[in-house]
Design a protein around this ligand. Structure first.
Ligand code: UD1
Ligand code: MG
Length: 462
């Protein structure tokens, strides 16, 4: 008998009540999927373990996701072709994993309960060992227990009666089965073939592995939220709120200041360093990280982007796939699209859009401009209303501007084009030829002024 522990993750069910096309274990929750949270917490158990994932509905998707996200975990996928119940799922696992019988204990947990904490697994393991039991079931109490299996205690042991099989009297019991158990593997092995479908669901119930008279016990938890299962989108929202609360609390305790934490949406994958300030209505998603002392003002959305230390992203800006260097100021109302790499101490002002750009340190684009496919050298200043004309209808072309150059307001450059360093472009120019280092270029009509002629053009109201 090995000290290794089996973990059976039940993930084969259809999740019909969710009414969405995604397999339930892959249901998104605060930037990850439901099953990610379950596996991450299981992975923390400090005992050698092997994860057996019972898959069925959309098995391939579930398998691919788990392999991609947990490449280093010792795991095996068990295909339950027909979903004949939780008991059948565990029987399929055991039938197909003769090696599993070597492990003394087997934990069974569902893929749709993402809030269960590592401590709870530890407590169940300790209880089964210390009290030398055949099984321990995590239970909790609910004011409205509808839908859950009810716990009926006996002098020794207990049984679980499913909602569909319960009499009115049993339905009044408010201690319910969480769906998380630990068994002696030997106990599953000796009882699993006795399960039958003689119940109102016509399914093999895993819950029939416990019964009065056996050395089985419950561990009843006060916190029912921890065991909330996601069977519909109402429960998904409850779960996401709790996940977010935990994330925010963790950030706050690490020194991140939220002006109104109720109003922000921060995904699990986001990193924020200490002494940042996050204003209300901020959305931070995906692989986003915010460096120390930075400020994110209200109405801003940041996805898969990096903001280095001591920067400010002003109100109502939208960053996606961007990198912002230290001490830079972005917005208000700036849009940094995929591949925008902004150096240190840059300034990107209101109504500026960038895409696939590389700005060296100290670049300033303060107002109303579009820069796409462009490299801009250090300390170059770009005036108001600048456009890189990068698209010819078929292909995108590159703009390069050197360092310390000055681009006057209301200019367009027709790419592909190169403007050197220390160059000066007069405002109102459309530049379509390269400009060398140190040159001045202007491309607009000369001004004509005719004295006293304005009256011809000024119309008077009759
Ligand atoms: C189950 C328990 C119930 C408990 C509740 C807690 C049984 C018979 N009942 O009911 O006592 O209160 O969980 O949430 O176990 N699954 C498979 N293969 C199957 C059937 C289900 O892998 O053939 C998986 C599902 O994907 C899911 C889990 O098992 O992750 C639980 O199945 P579900 O149908 O949701 O059981 P409940 O009716 O919620
Ligand atoms: Mg369920």
């Amino acid at each position: 008998m090995s000290d290794k522990i089996n973990i059976v993750l039940l993930a084969a069910g259809k999740g019909t009540r969710l009414n969405i096309d995604i397999a339930k274990p892959l249901c998104p929750a605060n930037g990850k999927t439901l099953v990610d949270y379950v596996i991450e917490e299981l992975a923390e158990i400090e005992i050698e373990k092997k994860l057996y994932v019972v898959v069925g509905h959309k098995a391939e998707n579930v398998e691919t996701h788990i392999c991609e996200n947990f490449p280093n975990l010792d795991k095996k996928f068990i295909l339950q072709k027909e979903q004949l119940g939780t008991g059948h799922a565990v029987k399929t696992f055991l039938d197909e994993s003769p090696e599993a019988k070597d492990a003394e204990f087997t934990i069974v947990v569902c893929a749709d309960t993402p809030l269960i904490k590592k401590n709870t697994y530890d407590q169940l393991i300790n209880k089964i060992k210390n009290d030398d039991l055949q099984a321990v079931c995590a239970t909790f109490k609910l004011a409205n227990p509808t839908g859950y299996g009810r716990i009926v205690h006996a002098d020794k042991g207990f049984k679980i009666i499913e909602e569909k099989d319960a009499s009115d009297e049993i339905k009044k019991i408010n201690e319910v089965n969480s769906g998380l158990y630990i068994f002696k593997t030997e106990h599953i092995n000796s009882y699993i073939n006795n399960l039958n479908k003689e119940n109102n669901s016509n399914e093999y119930y895993l819950t029939d592995l416990v019964e009065p008279g056996l050395d089985v016990a419950t561990l009843c938890y006060k916190d029912s939220l921890e065991f909330t299962g996601v069977n519909n989108l109402i429960q998904l929202e409850q779960i996401e709120k709790e996940l977010r609360r935990r994330k925010l609390e963790e950030l706050q305790l690490s020194g991140v200041r939220f002006i109104n934490s109720d109003s922000v949406y921060i995904e699990q994958t986001v990193r924020i360093e200490r002494e940042c300030t996050i204003y209300p209505n901020v959305v931070l998603m995906g692989k986003t990280s915010i460096g120390q002392h930075s400020i994110i003002e209200s109405g801003t959305t940041i996805k898969n982007s990096t903001v280095a230390a001591n920067s400010i992203i002003k109100s109502n800006s939208y960053l996606e796939g961007a990198m912002v260097g230290e001490r830079s100021a972005i917005g208000p109302m700036a849009r940094l699209r995929e591949g925008s790499v902004i150096g240190e101490a840059c300034k990107i002002g209101n109504f500026v859009e960038t895409k696939k750009v590389n700005f060296e340190n100290g670049v300033k684009v303060s107002h109303l401009s579009y820069l796409g496919d462009a490299d801009i050298g250090e300390n170059t200043n770009i005036g108001c209303g600048f456009v890189t004309c990068n698209y010819d209808g078929a292909n995108k072309h590159k703009t390069t501007i050197g360092k310390n150059s000055f681009i006057g307001s209301d200019c367009q450059v027709v790419a592909p084009i190169k403007i050197g360093s220390d160059a000066y472009i007069g405002s109102g120019s459309t530049i379509n030829k390269d400009v060398p280092d140190g040159a001045f270029a202007i491309a607009r009509e000369r001004q004509t002024t005719k004295e006293n002629m304005a009256k011809i053009f000024i119309k008077k109201k009759e």
